[in-house]
Design a protein around this ligand. Structure first.
Ligand SMILES: [Zn+2]
Length: 376
């Protein structure tokens, strides 16, 4: 029997995590200083944005419209592939996600932001900054779904900025200090629902946060929760955070994840050097661009037939049309199927159950769920 080696590389746990300009770990009472006028945040007031530390980029050399916002660059020229990637990523996000960025700014390197430790992207006030590192992950180019995860995370930081306590904003302007996203009026309701607590000067995380990075502080936890839910991975978000996202955006998680891939709770996204799908079948779908995503699912999860049926149900619950069927493959227990979105995007789905894989000497312990996303 032919033996196929499978190389699977674990991805870093972060899903677009990126600390931002005004992220703080401190939550204190807001008290009105005499003579200070409350100032509501208006994302379209360029003068106010500049005063709050988010000036329009000085060295912009080009700009292009993109799905309700503007892509502006300080790089030499616009890269058509990046433009298309960002356009597709924005189109993947739900319309009610949050305030659209004033600008998406493409710079060669990350802007200098105090306390920033993650290179993927940065929200500065009403703008999202993207740079060379944003466009690749572990040496591979990022796809629209991966970019949608980054953008949705950063858009939540814009929502936090927009909901800053006007008293805090007024004080920051009058007294000349930097605004602190922890003064967003979104923070306290989120913290009380999910169990974040302030002890002394520091946030103490509840036992379950959306991701490890979400355990940094509630601002990141809520950004991670929203990002995972709207890109299809809501089953892995703790129930309290997921319920908060549903309340915030006004729809059940599967509606917010319309047209998105599904993976069961406890799954891990991996990079697979091997195509865990029928390459001929995917080629036959046509399309101009594809993205390949693989999740390893828990080894103690349901048997393959049951998991395949669950995947089919959940994809249909997300508005996709299609079905999964058993594939004859003597190497491994395997299922596959085509699912169509109403906008013409196709998800080719395969389930490879490595618990029943006589033809493989290597691979994950549990089943692998793979998606090839084909754009029309
Ligand atoms: Zn962040």
């Amino acid at each position: 029997m032919r033996r196929v080696l499978l190389a699977l590389v674990l991805l870093a746990a972060a899903c677009g995590g990126s600390p931002d300009a005004a992220t703080s770990t401190v939550a204190t009472e807001t008290t009105l200083v005499a003579g200070v006028q409350p100032v509501p945040v208006d994302l379209l007031d360029d003068d106010l944005m500049a005063e709050l530390g988010a000036p329009l980029p000085e060295a912009a050399r080009w700009q292009r419209p993109i799905e309700g916002t503007t892509l502006m660059g300080t790089t030499e020229t616009v890269d058509p592939a990046e433009l298309r990637l960002l356009d597709e990523a924005m189109r993947l996000l739900p319309a009610n996600l949050g305030p659209l960025p004033r600008l998406i700014v493409r710079t060669p390197t990350a802007p200098p932001v105090p306390g920033r430790t993650d290179p993927s992207a940065v929200a500065v006030g009403p703008d999202i900054y993207l740079f060379d590192e944003t466009f690749e992950r572990d040496g591979l180019p990022i796809g629209p779904l991966g970019m949608a995860r980054i953008l949705s995370h950063e858009i939540l930081h814009i929502a936090q900025f927009e909901t800053l306590d006007p008293v805090h904003v007024g004080e920051a302007l009058t007294l000349g200090f930097r605004v602190d996203l922890a003064k967003s009026t979104m923070v306290q309701p989120f913290a009380s629902v999910t169990g974040w607590q302030v002890v002394g000067n520091t946030w103490t995380a509840p036992p379950d946060t959306s991701t490890e990075y979400g355990g940094t502080n509630p601002l990141e936890d809520m950004a991670e929760a929203v990002s995972l839910v709207v890109t299809g991975l809501g089953d892995d978000v703790p129930a309290k955070q997921r319920a908060w996202v549903e309340e915030l955006l006004g729809d059940p998680a599967d509606v917010l994840a319309a047209g998105m891939p599904w993976a069961p709770a406890g799954s891990t996204e991996v990079l697979s050097a091997s195509p865990l799908y029928d390459e001929d079948a995917v080629t036959a779908l046509g399309g101009s661009l594809s993205e390949y995503v693989v999740f390893t699912t828990p080894v103690e999860g349901p048997e393959g037939e049951v998991l395949a049926a669950e995947a089919q149900d959940r994809l249909r619950a997300r508005g996709l049309t299609g079905s999964i069927g058993k594939v004859t493959d003597e190497r491994i227990a395997r299922w596959s199927g085509r699912f169509d979105r109403s906008d013409g995007i196709i998800l080719w789905v395969e389930l490879w159950d490595f618990r029943d894989a006589p033809g493989f000497t290597d691979g994950p312990e549990g089943p692998a769920l793979s998606y090839v996303i084909v754009w029309p």
